[in-house]
Structures are given as structure tokens and as C-alpha cells.
Design a protein around this ligand. Sequence first.
Ligand SMILES: [Zn+2]
Length: 295
Amino acid sequence: MNEPWWERPVCILCDYGLVILALMVVLGVGLWRLSMPEPLGPPVLPTVSPTLVSTLPTLSTPVVEEPTQTSVASTNPAPTITPTAQKPEFILVFIPVRWQSSMSKFREEARKQADLFITESQMDLYFEIKVAILDEGLSRADLSNSDLELDVEEYGIINFPGDRYIGITDGDLVLNGNSTIAGWTTFNGAGIIAESGSIVITAHELGHTFGLCDEYSYPIWLEQDAFSPNGCPNPYPASCPKDQDEFVHCNGEPTTDGRNSIMGPAGMPGEYGYNDSCKDHLLKKFLLLSGQGLE
Ligand SMILES: [Zn+2]
């Protein structure tokens, strides 16, 4: 029985061949069953664990930050003026009033009137200005209703709350029988009604909402001067006649570079701007309103 070691397994297989074969069959069947897929039942859809969602980045965690003026000027001493990123919002809402032409024309008109005001007032130095142009407005308004600016304001408050509501019409406004009028507002109010066609009208009426007075007629200027708690911030031009009727007798005080005064009459040839006294007042007002004038 001294067979070499490599013959022993063969010998065991010979001696117990049937038993081993049976065991191997049982083992093989078992392994085969284990390797088989599970019987098909109802499909199990993959689910997302709620905890997994909460680990994803959310919008409240900004990934990209806009560069601010402070980060650009980091080598300079800390500025005393509030950084641009902290400017409060100021929303101008444009509302079509009996608008007959296309809405693209309305948007174009509103944009032009808003741009003149923003550029000339420099309000964007103190506020983050948003311009909202509505597609619907007062389609059946009476253009001779002297309270139309209040209707515009009310419509805006209900439909798109903002800081100023500017109704623009491509029809003809008539105030107290006067059809040469191109727009009106309430002193220090929020509602405006303006005609299209002259880009200066919104800037003129917005000037009134910040306390500026008319420069085209002395009696009108006097009336507004008496109404203003501290008098008119912009004087009636010294070179203009002081006629006592309410027709246009003065073109207003021009800007230092010779442009027409926004607080003068509309419809003059050439460009418009706020003159020095108007600009000074507006900037003081913007400082105060934006909270940057507080020390
Ligand atoms: Zn006016």
C-alpha cells in the first residue's frame, strides 16, 4: 500500500466513488440554485432616500458670488459708502392705459422713458432699480379723468406692488379741458399718468413725486412752492417772465451743458436733463430714502 501520494485521491474516488459522486451532485445542484436569479415578482423601483436629497446642495447656498466693489478695492481703506450689493430695491412699474398700439411698442416706450429718468437722475447710485413693464392695465380708462393717476396707482398696488406706478397711454390726455397736457401726478405721490411720444414725461412726473416743481409757469411754480413744506427745491428761472397765467412762458433752467430742463415744458427740440438744482435735490432725497444719508 505504498502508492505514491498523487495516486491517493484517485484511489479514494475508486473506493468511495459512488458516495463522492452523489455528494458532488447534491453540491452542484445547490450551487446551481444559488446562482439562479430570484423568481420574477412585482418590479421594485429604486427609491431615493430622503436623507440623500438633503445632502444635495441647495439654492440657498450660492455657489457663485458676484464680485462686489469692496472685494475689488480690498487693498484700499474700507469705504464709508454702503457697498453696491447692499443698495435697497426701487421698483418702477409701467402700466398700459388705453394702449391701442402693439405691446412691443408699449414696452419700447416704457423702456425709453425709464432709461432717461435713470440716466439723468443717477438714482442707480443709491438704489437697485427694477423696471417692471406690465402687459395688461387700464384698457377702458377715461383719459379726461383728473384722478387717473390714482387709478393707475391702485391698479399697480393690486397687480404688481412697487415704488412708483407709471401709466402710459398712446391716446390724448385731457385735464380740466386742457388737451395740451402730456401727463400729471400728485406731489410726492406714487401714481403717474403720461402720454407716449416724448421720452421726457415720465422723468418730469417722477421729479414731482420727489418734490421738484414746474419751471414753465410762474403761477404754477408759486402754487407748488406754497404747497411744499420747505418751498420748491428748484427755483423759478430768474431770466423767465413772471406772467400770471398758466400758459408756458419759460423753457426752464437749462443744464450746465445746455440741454433742456426736464422740469420745463415737454416737446422742445434737443435733449433733456435735470439741471443742477434739480439734481442736487434728487441726490439728497435718494440719500435719505436709501438710508445712506444717515450718520
Ligand atoms: Zn409738471
